[in-house]
Unconditional design. Structure first.
Length: 150
């Protein structure tokens, strides 16, 4: 179960890897990375097909990330999610956020049995402060209807 405490723990991570970033500014993989960076988060882009993004070195995979990464945000197609989550777990990363629509039952079951702060079926942009515009409104609605984590 996702709680306010688990969200706060994830968002207090010092260094986050964003797996599935995109060069295409119209795709969510770019928007999430750009927004988190703009909001002051220390984010590292991960995509095997990109050398750099917004002036930052882009890592090929989770295994190539530095050892001080606290969390991973997975923004990939479902077919890639399990492998990435398994690699993050093997690397000792204790905070994993699987962006809504990227999760599978298989990966949730696999990670649930581990000492990992797992967040899934949620949008990172609705919780990473400061939350502007549409995401702020969506968060407000979720609070009113009782769907906001407690």
């Amino acid at each position: 179960m996702i709680t306010k405490k688990s969200l706060q723990e994830f968002l207090s991570s010092k260094k986050l890897a964003v797996v599935g970033v995109s060069r295409n500014t119209k795709k969510f993989g770019y928007a999430a990375y750009h927004e988190l960076k703009t909001r002051g988060y220390n984010v590292l882009p991960v995509n095997p097909n990109i050398d750099s993004l917004e002036g930052d070195v882009c890592f090929r995979d989770v295994a190539s990330l530095p050892g001080d990464v606290d969390g991973v945000i997975i923004l990939t197609p479902k077919s890639e999610t399990f492998r990435i989550a398994e690699n993050a777990s093997d690397k000792g990363i204790k905070n994993i956020w699987i962006q809504q629509f990227s999760e599978t039952k298989e990966v949730i079951d696999f990670l649930s049995g581990k000492d990992i702060n797992l967040i899934y079926k949620e949008c990172i942009l609705m919780y990473s402060e400061p939350v502007p515009g549409f995401h702020k409104f969506h968060r407000f609605v979720n609070k009113i209807i009782g769907k906001y984590p407690k």
